[in-house]
Design a binder for this molecule. Structure first.
Ligand code: KMH
Ligand code: ZN
Length: 276
């Protein structure tokens, strides 16, 4: 087995700054977080941005500024979220790609998302996938439920491999409305990932209290890890997360125990087919 690709998802679109004061919401806060997480062992930063009122936004100027700031201060692979918030229109989500990140997320289906609906129509998925091929952006296929891996198979069969030729998926587990964050569900996904092109890789993240079971199951099955305050704001019962660094440090500790130390950013780019 290779080392562990660690993604940090520091902000998300769901938690409010008022409820979670440690959430990085300004570009300066995001860059400082990204630098520290890189030093600890993260190789990818999955980015949602906020406006001046700390509300989620897909503002094009701010997206470009954020990508530039992260590139200038870190060697992290910058992965912009094309998922945004459940209220974001498709056109704005597609326009995220115009900010030219190295990587972007691409969700493989519609899912209930707490009280909302995270809408991802087939035509929209195809549009995202083909635009990323055209723009030279490497997708991370976000999987909220088992059947979405079958959708990914159909996407690749009908529209070809992603830019760079490597398929990487991220299992987002434990969302109310999606698959549970359990070892059993992860193993079911692992089986289905074997039907994807040879060499396909996966990372996994468990929302809330499923964070640790998902980390352990993913490491045990050869998977990689995503952690961060987008997914987890409670470190342990009664203990709020203090910072994204605390979550990355814990993930690095688990990866080292599994004898799969964190991949460097260069190793991560090689794994993901980003090296020319
Ligand atoms: N905020 C969720 C509705 C992604 O970043 O691509 C969507 C999400 C997935 O977080
Ligand atoms: Zn996200």
């Amino acid at each position: 087995m290779t080392g562990t690709l660690i993604t940090v998802a520091p902000t998300g679109a769901e938690s409010s700054k008022a409820a979670v004061p440690a959430l990085p919401v300004t570009i300066d806060e995001l860059v400082a977080t990204a630098k520290e997480c890189e030093a600890l062992g993260a190789a990818i930063v999955h980015v949602h941005i906020r406006d001046d009122a700390a509300e989620p936004t897909l503002d094009q100027g701010r997206l470009r500024e954020t990508v530039a700031a992260l590139r200038q201060s870190t060697d992290l692979i910058v992965q912009l979220s094309s998922g945004g918030a459940v209220t974001d229109p498709e056109a704005d989500r597609l326009a995220v790609l115009d900010a030219r990140p190295e990587m972007a997320s691409c969700t493989m289906g519609t899912v209930n998302f707490g009280d909302g609906v995270f809408l991802n129509r087939w035509e929209f998925i195809v549009d995202l996938h083909t635009r990323m091929q055209d723009k030279g952006i490497v997708p991370e296929y976000e999987i909220f439920d088992l059947g979405q891996l079958t959708t990914l198979q159909r996407l690749l069969a009908q529209h070809g491999l992603p830019y760079g030729g490597h398929v990487h998926v991220d299992l987002v587990m434990g969302v109310p409305g999606g698959m549970p964050g359990t070892a059993a569900a992860l193993v079911a996904c692992h089986q289905a990932i074997r039907d994807l092109p040879a060499g396909s890789t996966f990372s996994a993240t468990g929302i809330g209290r499923s964070t640790i079971p998902v980390i352990l199951a993913s490491l045990a099955t050869g998977g990689h890890l995503r952690v961060g305050m987008e997914d987890t704001v409670t470190y342990a019962k009664g203990r709020p997360v203090e910072s994204n660094m605390q979550l990355v440090a814990r993930a690095v500790g688990f990866a080292q125990l599994a004898q799969r130390p964190p991949l460097t950013t260069a190793e991560a780019r090689e794994l993901l087919g980003m090296v020319a």
